[in-house]
Structure formats: C-alpha cells, structure tokens
Design a protein around this ligand. Structure first.
Ligand SMILES: Cc1cc2nc3c(=O)[nH]c(=O)nc-3n(C[C@H](O)[C@H](O)[C@H](O)COP(=O)(O)OP(=O)(O)OC[C@H]3O[C@@H](n4cnc5c(N)ncnc54)[C@H](O)[C@@H]3O)c2cc1C
Length: 268
C-alpha cells in the first residue's frame, strides 16, 4: 500500500522494488557499509544479491498476531478490526489451540466450529524483528516525524506503513495512514533536498461496510448509515484506489460476485 504510492509518485532516480532478505548496518553513515540483501522472490529463492543504496524505504507491512496459538495460522480467517458478534458475549477464556473443526479453550473446554475468524491485532514480520533498529513495544520500527528511522544519522533510511511507528505520534495501522506516508515520502524524495516539513496526518474519516448492503459513514461533513452510506463507501473505494488497474479490476470483481456469488476459494 505505502510502497505502491512511492513507486507511482517518485520521479527522481531509479526505484528498486525487491524482496528484502536482510539489511546490514542500516544506520551506518558509510554508504559502502550499508547493504541490502535481496532475494529473487518465489522462483529460485536461493538466489541472492547484495546492493548498496542511496535511500532505503522499509514498508513491509505487518502480520496478524497469532500469539503463537497453535493452529491459528492454518485454520483461521484473519480480520483486521474486531467487532461485536451478536450472541458472543461475556468473558471468554483464552484459546490454547485452534483445530480444523474446533477451538480448545485454556480451561480445557472444546467448542466445535465450522469457521474461526481471528482478530488479534498486528505483529511484526520476522524480517522486521531481525533488524537492528529501534522499535516500540509492538515491535514496529521507530521513526522521527520525517519518517527517518531513529538512530540513522545518514538520514537515508525510512520506515512507513504498518511496520513503522512515528515517535510521539501514534497513528492507527490503516491503509489511509500508510498511503499518506507513502505520498509524503515520495514528495520529499522528489524534492531532493533536506526534509523541511514534518509528516502530518489528519484523518479523512471512516467508512465501514457492515454487511447486507449497509455501511457506516463517519466523515467531517456527513455521518450516516444504511444503503446510501453503502453507495458512498463503494464510490469512495473507486475514487481512492491507487492505480487505474485496480479501478478497473475492483468493479469487475464486484460484478462477478453479484452474478455468481462470493469466491471463497483459498490457496494454502
Ligand atoms: C483483513 C484486513 C482488512 C483491512 N481493512 C482495512 C480497512 O478497511 N481500512 C483500512 O484503512 N485499513 C485496512 N486494513 C489495514 C491496511 O490493509 C494496512 O494498514 C495497510 O495495507 C498497510 O500498508 P503497508 O504498506 O504498511 O503494508 P502492506 O499493504 O501489507 O504492504 C506491504 C508489502 O510489503 C511486501 N513485503 C513483505 N515482506 C517483504 C520483504 N521482506 N521484502 C519486500 N517486500 C516485502 C508485502 O508482500 C506487501 O506487498 C486491513 C488489513 C487487513 C489484513
């Protein structure tokens, strides 16, 4: 999300998007010591190459937090934001294991189930955990208000999106924040000089789909719910999508779902 904004907007120099395996000496002021070890992706993943860099933007996102509960990764569907499910209330003991057809609670009770939806917040990717950079309690890379990672005197390493946290400026891990950080960084990198304006964020509000052609709209000008709100939500999607490819693909996907139902196939 955040990197897409950068790739679309950075016009100066060459941008290199690749799967990063490791970064050595990320905060060294000596360019020759700062190296990124890149992998080639899925095919021939054993092939690796090393490059130095002028500017490095880390925007690898985050994972859903499974709290290391066995079976969650394999048998759950992940949801970003928790919500109140009708009929589920009270103090539920913590999960000790998730299986294909049941959930085992810490008190030993077994609850049979057809589907588990997991909403446990976010956790850092292993790659981010392994980086020798300052992090917050959640394991996100700490940055200053110019999105430079803390401790990097060369001012050439940035972290954005869900994998990063701006010190003393806590922001939610949402697409809105990630995309805005990407746009800010692209603008500053295009400018090419010292960063003079810090990153600022003002929420544009919230739109949420709640099922059955109903949505919630909570923006400065309007607060509403229901079908009209759903129309607003869908229109906003189309106008805010980052590329023309997505703007074409998303309505086609909606049409396919309307005609043939939701595609619930999942690749493991
Ligand atoms: C189910 C779900 C629903 C959500 N719903 C909403 C919503 O309604 N509204 C909202 O605002 N936000 C929502 N979010 C959150 C939103 O998707 C994230 O906040 C946003 O995508 C973060 O952007 P990002 O660029 O930091 O990370 P991502 O969008 O996750 O992008 C990170 C990219 O880095 C790549 N990557 C990972 N590791 C490496 C590596 N080692 N080397 C190179 N590349 C790597 C990944 O493949 C990925 O392409 C939702 C998230 C989830 C999971």
């Amino acid at each position: 999300m955040a990197l897409r904004a950068i790739r679309l907007l950075v016009s100066r120099g060459k941008t290199n998007l690749a799967r990063i395996n490791d970064i050595t000496n990320p905060t060294s002021t000596e360019k020759r010591e700062r190296l990124v070890i890149l992998g080639t992706g899925v095919l021939k993943s054993e092939l690796k190459y090393t490059i130095d860099f002028d500017k490095l933007v880390i925007g690898v996102g985050a994972l859903s937090n499974t709290f290391n509960v066995p079976g969650v990764q394999e048998h759950s569907f992940f949801l970003k934001v928790g919500f109140n499910v009708p009929g589920v209330s009270g103090n539920i003991p913590s999960f000790s294991e998730v299986k294909k057809d049941c959930v085992i609670l810490s008190n030993g009770e077994t609850i049979p189930c057809g589907m588990v939806v997991w909403s446990g917040g976010i956790a850092p990717r292993q790659f981010v955990s392994d980086l020798d950079l300052k992090k917050n309690k959640q394991g996100q890379i700490l940055t200053d208000k110019y999105l430079h990672v803390l401790g990097d005197d060369s001012k050439s390493v940035f972290a954005i999106g869900d994998c990063a946290d701006i010190q003393d400026m806590p922001l939610p891990c949402t697409a809105q924040v990630a995309e805005r950080e990407g746009r800010y960084l692209a603008k500053m990198l295009n400018h090419g000089k010292e960063f003079t304006e810090p990153f600022e964020f003002q929420s544009m509000g919230m739109l949420a789909y709640i099922g059955k052609y109903q949505a919630l709209t909570d923006v400065k000008q309007i607060k509403m719910q229901g079908f009209t709100s759903w129309i607003v939500w869908r229109s906003a999607y189309l106008t805010r999508l980052g590329s023309w490819r997505l703007r074409m693909q998303v309505p086609i996907d909606w049409l396919k779902t309307l005609m043939y139902g939701r595609d619930i196939s999942r690749f493991d």
